[in-house]
Ligand binder design. Structure first.
Ligand code: 13P
Ligand code: SF4
Length: 311
């Protein structure tokens, strides 16, 4: 239940957005009260497209830094704001740029595929980006005779390699939030709810994915929850997704697999910070122009390849 202070703040933010021509763009892992007042809530890929296509002059990104950077790369004529500049992604930050440059030098013919969960500097030295919703489609379009380095999520990478039967070199990083569940916990839940479907994000390790009835991005999980005949759903991704699932299929019983599935960076964004950010036009998200141009190429390629009809 939201208290009256939060409700007042939400109303003020709605008014301020209109006054200052701000598009509030949120990820599914945001707090429910933020999703409720956002102009758009989506997965990483849908957020990028929504930023590119919005008509407002300012975009406030309620998500972590790589999401705000992606908006800044795609929208050079818009002001991009983050309400919490320290909201970051530990998986993305583990990439050492020198590793990627060295790989490029040693394997000039290889294709470097970067998950959007990377800093702009890494996108700038990559050939193409992907998100969890389009990674399989992107990798499937790379000629089988080309070597691939997949950066940085080893679990998403191994899932795609397995799914496509394609050998890829995997960078060694992972999302700490999606490691906060064990196979034993899932077995116990399945024993308790034998009729339930298990819906898993591909950032989870293989022993968790192997227990899934469905594997997909956050929007993929929500779609499956809504459309599948299952009435009981065990959800294995960050807790924020439960808000959208309960909004979109209130008649179903959706159970978060563990209360530990919380991304502290996503949750560091609050109504108060959003209010301050719009009011004071802080904090600006800026990507140096040479990095922006280079990283734009990998992002544009992702968008083009995703929209192709590959049959
Ligand atoms: P998607 O919403 O694209 O599935 O991404 C999940 C995630 O971990 C974002 O940080
Ligand atoms: Fe990064 Fe994981 Fe948080 Fe997403 S949920 S921002 S991948 S740490």
């Amino acid at each position: 239940m939201l208290d009256s202070g939060s409700r007042r703040l939400m109303d003020e933010i709605i008014d301020l957005k209109k006054q200052k021509d701000v598009f509030l763009l949120a990820h599914y892992y945001q707090r429910p009260e933020i999703q409720m007042i956002a102009d758009y809530v989506g997965d990483s890929y849908a957020m990028a497209l929504a930023a590119r296509d919005c008509s407002q002059s300012t975009i406030l990104v309620a998500g972590v830094d790589f999401m705000a950077e992606t908006a800044a790369i795609l929208c050079p004529d818009k002001t991009v704001l983050t309400p919490e500049p320290l909201a970051t992604c530990p998986m993305a930050n583990k990439v050492v740029i020198e590793d990627i440059i060295k790989y490029r030098q040693e394997h000039p013919d290889a294709v470097i595929v970067s998950y959007v969960n990377t800093p702009a500097e890494v996108k700038a030295v990559s050939d193409v980006c992907c998100t969890s919703s389009n990674a399989a489609k992107i990798v499937a379009q790379i000629s089988p005779d080309r070597q691939i380095l997949f950066v940085p999520d080893q679990h998403l990478g191994s899932y795609i390699a397995e799914k496509l039967g394609r050998n890829m070199e995997l960078y060694s990083s992972e999302c700490p939030t999606h490691q906060r569940i064990t196979a034993e916990q899932l077995d116990q839940l399945k024993e308790q709810y034998p009729e339930a479907a298990i819906l898993v994000h591909p950032e989870c390790p293989k022993e968790i994915r192997d227990k899934a009835d469905f594997i997909g991005s956050t929007s993929g999980i929500i779609d499956y929850a809504v459309k599948s005949p299952y009435q009981v759903l065990i959800i294995v991704t960050e807790s924020g997704i439960m808000h959208s699932i309960s909004e979109k299929c209130p008649e179903k019983k959706a159970i978060l697999a563990s209360e530990e599935l919380i991304c502290p960076n996503m949750k560091s964004i609050t109504l108060e910070k959003i209010h301050y950010s719009i009011l004071n036009k802080e904090t600006l998200v800026e990507v140096p122009e040479d990095t922006r141009i280079k990283s734009l190429s990998a992002l544009e390629k992702m968008i083009e390849w995703t929209s192709r009809d590959t049959g």
